[in-house]
Design a binder for this molecule. Structure first.
Ligand SMILES: O=c1ccn([C@@H]2O[C@H](COP(=O)(O)O)[C@@H](O)[C@H]2O)c(=O)[nH]1
Length: 307
């Protein structure tokens, strides 16, 4: 997984990840109207509208970016039909050649973690039959239950060539309340970073990076510099660019000298570009996917200044 991600980043010269975090307020009126006419104002309509919205965005950006990151919360809130839209979005994006980062942020004791791992990055068995359900290539995890809670996923990464991005230093303003706590002279996020580095040691690919990556928020560049130093073989998934205020100027510390080591996510900044003043004047609401494409191209250009 990690080698294919790096190959795609290099081929496209773009480390951008498009976050697929649909909200009804982003979905153009004509899509909502059709969905409501078919199914009423129901979770089924919302989920159908999300899928169509995502499909148009995927069509518009799949030749520009290596990966998409659907955020499961946006779908899960609508129940079974929302989850179906999450699965259908993944299948559609995979067919277009995109790598899928499922932002699911799971965490539980090992026996329960096995079920999450089977469903998301492995396979479930029903008697003699096996099924792959969600089919993400990599997922996000919360590490705060410790090593035994991560083990089941590590086994699946080996067996099914999958990857993980484990929360190390999150982008939200209050992440320091817990993650910056000092224990025996070291910040908690540094300790977690070292643990992630250790968990990834057996999963280093041909390009020298591990399939076990870290989530490091774009809003914390100083902490990122320390983490980059202590985890050189770890790929960083970096949320916080755009809507949360980070810009390319903040991102130098996240990359290694080889120009690799980080992928930068933007969700609202891309999928809701048609509602921003910058693009609103150039694209009609129906052209929301073209606005998303323009936002990706602008982000790509912005990120060039890092290198
Ligand atoms: O530390 C973290 C971890 C995850 N996220 C997720 O990334 C996107 C960010 O969306 P934007 O619209 O670009 O702000 C969203 O899915 C978050 O849940 C994060 O922001 N920070």
């Amino acid at each position: 997984m990690i080698d294919s991600l790096i190959d795609k980043i290099e081929a496209l010269q773009n480390p951008t990840v498009v976050g697929l975090d649909p909200r009804l307020s982003f979905v153009p009126e004509h899509i909502k109207k059709e969905a409501y006419e078919a199914y009423g104002k129901t979770p089924k309509a919302a989920s159908g509208a999300f899928l169509r919205f995502n499909q148009e965005i995927i069509d518009a950006v799949h030749d520009l970016v290596p990966a998409v990151k659907p955020q499961i919360a946006m779908y899960e809130q609508y129940g079974a039909e929302g989850i179906q839209a999450y699965i259908d979005t993944i299948q559609y994006a995979k067919k277009k050649g995109l790598i899928i980062i499922g932002d699911i942020k799971r965490s539980d004791i090992a026996s329960t973690a096995e079920a999450y791992a089977d469903g998301h990055i492995g396979e479930v068995k029903i008697e003699e039959k096996s099924y792959t359900i969600y089919q993400e290539d990599t997922i996000t995890l919360n590490p705060y239950l410790g090593s035994d809670s991560i083990e089941p996923y590590l086994g699946h990464c080996k067996n099914y060539s999958k990857g993980l991005f484990i929360l190390v230093k999150t982008s939200n303003p209050n992440s320091g309340e817990i993650q910056d706590l000092e224990i025996e002279g070291k910040k908690l996020y540094e300790r977690i970073g070292k643990m992630v580095d250790t968990w990834g040691k057996d999963l280093v690919g041909e390009r020298g990076y591990s399939a076990i990556g870290a989530v490091v928020g774009a809003t914390h560049p100083q902490q990122a510099a320390e983490l980059r130093r202590i985890m050189p073989k770890t790929y960083f998934l970096v949320p916080g660019y755009g809507a949360q205020g980070a810009t390319a100027k903040d991102l130098k510390n996240y990359f290694n000298k080889d120009g690799l080591g980080a992928i930068i996510n933007s969700s609202r900044g891309i999928i809701a570009a048609h509602q921003k003043d910058l693009y609103k004047n150039q694209y009609k609401e129906k052209e929301f996917a073209l606005a998303a494409r323009a936002a990706v191209l602008d982000m790509k250009e912005d990120l060039q200044q890092i290198f």
